[in-house]
Design a protein around this ligand. Sequence first.
Ligand SMILES: [Zn+2]
Length: 334
Amino acid sequence: MNYNLELLKSTQPNVLKQLQAVYKNGKIGHAYIFEGANGSGTEEMMRFFTALLFCENPQDNVPCETCRSCQRLSSGNHLNLHEVFPDGQFIKVDAIDVLLHELSKTGLEAGRKIYIVHEAERMNVKSANKLLKYLEEPDGHVTAIFITNNINALIPTIRSRCQHIKFQPVAKKIVMTYLEQHGVTKSIASTISMITADLKEAEKLSQDDAFAHARKTVLKLVESLSKNVHESLLVVHEDWLPTFKEKDQMELALDLLLFAIRDIVAMKANPEIELTYPDMKQYWSGVALRSSYDVLSSQLQAILVARKNLQSNMNRTLLMEQLMLNLQEGKSFV
Ligand SMILES: [Zn+2]
């Protein structure tokens, strides 16, 4: 049950303040929903809030980390904490039965009990109804935290009994700073921060050779566009298609390509703007000078069409050949 308070301060400052205020005012609710995209810090915040509620001696609304409760929590054996996880696709009613049984026991440990429902959107109707009965008769010493990435998947009767805590996606700048602090170059960090707001996923991508190779391949294609269509088709056949064999790889590659053209458009408007590919700044500025807004916007359009065709499972070789022709059409960056 560990958490990184400094990280929470930068990723979710508002939620952190909100929960600390709840604690400070002594108005601790019976049930909370922590709603946020994967990687937005819902799990981490839950660990912080749980520790705060259990702590015997918090300092400035922060758990002390030294009391008996804090120690038990960090070693993973706090008797008043109960967690429910999905088993396969769903949170099954058996898991809820076990939970309710645990909660009904008269305390081995005095004080508040907390239960956590992870991936709460996976509760099936039976599980949700069973838990609802319990939520309808709130016990002053029990607090529930439902963690979900989709509040609409929870039944309305559960939603209405919980306080809703909404987590915003982690800002791009924070993803970048986080990666740079972990030794990732600014260039790679900028590109990754465009793709994901999930810090864990971002870190994984930054260590993934396949991602670095994908990025390189996309840039090679962009550079070939300044030459001629034959050059681009060559890159498509020799590099692009062999690298992006799966549909999701191709999807990411087309996004990366879209970001490249967007960089060029952005630079045309403001040469000092933050780029997805800062290492390409000099090259982009040359292309920006030679390309009109009309051409760039029709290129963006062509990539969006290719993305759509990918979704409708068009033959990928054909899709890329068509895209190369469309990107070249009327372009002035020769
Ligand atoms: Zn403590």
